[in-house]
Design a protein around this ligand. Sequence first.
Ligand code: PL3
Ligand code: FE2
Ligand code: FE2
Length: 237
Amino acid sequence: MSKASPQIDNKQIDFSSDAYRNAYSRINGVVVVGEALADRHFRLLAKSIPEDRDVLLRLGAMEGRHAVEFVGCGRNLGIKPDTTLAKKLFAPLHELFLKCDHNNDLPGCLVIQGLIVECFAVAAYKEYLPVADPYAKPITASVLDDEAEHLEYAECWLKARFQEVEATVSCVSSQALPITLSILQNLANDMRTIGMNPVELVAIFSELFQEALENIGYESRLARGLIIRAATSVPLN
Ligand code: PL3
Ligand code: FE2
Ligand code: FE2
């Protein structure tokens, strides 16, 4: 499926058209809001996991820098991030994180931010990279390396406690995955407008999330089942 989809050459993209600029402003809003929330989430995690405080504060600071760098990508195109839709789209995921944080549910927090949001970020930036404008391309490539490190932190923490956390990972994933897929669904048209393929993005996301679950100790079949149940609850138009 992925091989058959036409490869969009970014030389064909008119970065200055109104259609591109409008779509980019909304997508850039989602990225900037997502990065700013990631910064907050890592700072909250730094309080809850004092033994990893310094590393978590460092990961949070990276997220803050990502937000600033992506605002810069918009500014370079003469665009301001439209955060109205973005805040609405991220609210349920953020509330779920705050609920887990409030209940001292550390595995829940790490599943939402460390596995799901980070897999989402890696998949989105991988899919965006080939169609990014020349200013955004190197920034996106370097952000991608950082997101892989964030994902790895959560995987290591959850893997070390797999027996105790498995039930929570399944439960929180089944709540957070449909929210994430619905963010994607809301962005599908704008993504197409800037040259991205949302179906390909979902495929990359599912592969990454499956791999993350297996890395922490899930059997392949169970991981697959969890993802398929969530994916079939949100149709991608
Ligand atoms: C975690 O570090 C941050 C989470 C942010 C999630 C962003 C999702 C973005 C969806 C579409 C992105 C396309 C990339 C465009 C870059 C301006
Ligand atoms: Fe980030
Ligand atoms: Fe991240």
